[in-house]
Design a protein around this ligand. Structure first.
Ligand code: UGA
Length: 472
């Protein structure tokens, strides 16, 4: 099928490359000339596993880049809208880019088209897109508007697209549903997975995935409700972790105990410095705003957001209780991205924490495997960026772990200890076993677990009590 994807950000680019891998002919449309030239030159603008392979495989053959929306619409049966929906100052989604694309599509409709919302949008958006297209001259029977939300995580977006838990198609007419079924047929009928050149199957993937057909409005709600539920799970476990710290329990054991209940499940129960990224914070605010507009006061979401913010304040208090005063302290920081496996620093808890620590007068040397360049722009020259984790630790009063990159969980502990001025680690992502850290000679603080140290920890150091068994 011939498909147009409008917007070449995370979602548009990954969707375009994956549709091409399913065998469709795809035109990705963007009005950013610099981005288009870079994509045409073969550059890959984001750090995303398997994306370089897919772009290399299909660029110029089944995947083209263009700034000409009209031609792309005329040539295509389905047009996926994947433009940005940034938050307004009141927390609502700004839909002006979606509206302007809808206007552009309207003038180019020359036969039956399915216009598909791929960006995360509030529940009434499909109605509005329809109105705008009609208002600009298209005939009602010439198009349908569908909602096909994505559930891609940054870092694993390509495998999430090709091996999804489910495909949600929000279509209000049988003709529209049929077009979307055809597009996803290679996944839903399993034929993609038989191909020798298919992107490798990740652990846990169930194939073929179910394709769920709903109304467009239900699909819009599914996206917001999914992200809100996942964020709620994270805030819930962070709240439980705080209680664990007060009573000397271990949140990891608690997680094991509750996560094995199949109704709850073990995933998204990792406590830490709070969720970040371009999705959860923005989507929670937007969902809250939509609910309010619909007459429902969704205060549960306020609490999810409050706990998330409090989690960062707690972490700063933990650093202070480990080091006493902060002014002039030298800190090594591991992790700048909002999570491991990405170079994205949008709403990164690590960046927000660094800002607070700088305000407290700390000096910071930081390392991130992928996000250094982006972080340097956001932090100006206030932070020294290092080439590896050990350099960040050099001469530091303590080392902070703020992002769950895999490599941060496999450091050479002897080397790390030799680099640090004091062997103190404050781990905001629970990457190490406290007992092992104490045995290796570190004073180790984490989230929701007792602090561990070769020596008893004295004074105010903790909501994080010393665990007897951890003394070596
Ligand atoms: C999230 C959703 O997981 C995707 O399903 C959705 O498609 C996407 O938003 C979106 O709306 O586009 P993403 O933002 O890439 O994906 O990141 P996640 O892996 O969900 O992590 C979000 C944040 O929560 C990160 O800061 C991460 O460190 C944190 N997190 C995650 C925890 O603190 N604990 C956990 O157990 C899981």
């Amino acid at each position: 099928m011939q498909i147009a994807v409008v917007g070449s950000g995370y979602v548009g680019l990954v969707a375009g490359a994956c549709f091409a891998d399913l065998g469709h002919d795809v035109i990705v449309v963007d009005n950013d000339q610099k981005k288009l030239s870079a994509l045409n030159r073969g550059e890959v603008p984001i750090h995303e596993k398997f994306l370089p392979e897919l772009l290399h495989r299909h660029r110029g053959v089944r995947l083209k880049f263009s700034d000409d929306l009209e031609t792309a619409v005329r040539a295509s049966s389905a047009i996926f809208v994947a433009v940005g929906t940034p938050p307004t100052e009141h927390g609502e989604a700004d839909l002006s880019y979606v509206e302007s694309v809808a206007r552009g599509i309207s003038g180019a409709i020359n036969s039956y088209k399915v216009v598909v919302e791929k960006s995360t949008v509030p529940v009434y958006t499909s109605d509005w897109v329809r109105k705008i297209i009609l208002r600009n001259g298209a005939e009602a029977e010439e198009f349908d508007v569908a909602s096909n939300p994505e559930f891609l995580r940054e870092g694993t977006a390509v495998t999430d697209f090709l091996y999804p838990d489910r495909i949600v198609v929000g279509a209000d007419t049988p003709q529209c549903a049929a077009v979307l079924r055809e597009i996803y047929a290679p996944l839903a009928d399993g034929s993609y997975y038989m191909r020798p050149d298919a992107i490798p199957r990740p652990d846990r993937a169930q194939i073929p995935p179910p394709l769920i057909v709903t109304s467009a409005k239900s699909a819009e709600l599914i996206k917001h409700a999914s992200n809100a539920f996942l964020a709620m799970k994270i805030s819930f476990i962070n709240a439980v972790a705080s209680i664990c710290e007060s009573v000397g329990a271990n949140v990891q054991q608690v997680c094991q105990g509750i996560g094995t209940d199949s109704r709850i499940g073990p995933r998204f129960l990792s406590p830490g410095v709070g969720y970040g990224g371009s999705c959860f914070p923005k989507d929670l605010m937007a969902f809250r705003a939509v609910a309010r507009e619909c007459g429902y006061d969704f205060r549960l979401l306020d609490e999810v957001m409050r706990i998330n913010e409090e989690q960062r304040h707690r972490f700063i208090r933990k650093v202070r209780s480990a080091l006493w005063t902060l002014r002039g302290k030298k800190l090594g920081v591991l992790g700048l991205a909002f999570k491991g496996g990405t170079d994205d620093i949008r709403e990164s808890p690590a960046i927000l924490l660094i800002h607070s620590l700088l305000q407290e007068g700390c000096q910071i040397a930081a390392y991130d495997p992928a996000a250094r360049e982006r972080a340097q722009e956001a932090l100006n020259s206030s932070v020294t960026m290092t080439e590896d984790a050990y350099e960040a630790a050099q001469g530091a009063d303590a080392l902070l772990i703020l992002t769950e990159w895999e490599e941060f969980g496999a450091l050479d502990l002897n080397r790390l200890k030799a680099e640090l001025k004091y062997p103190i680690i404050i781990d905001g992502r629970n990457l190490y076993d406290p007992e092992i850290m104490a045995a290796a000679g570190f004073t180790y603080y984490s989230v929701g677990r007792p602090a561990a140290s070769p020596e008893p920890i004295s004074g105010r150091a903790a909501d994080t009590r010393t665990k007897k068994g951890t003394r070596s």
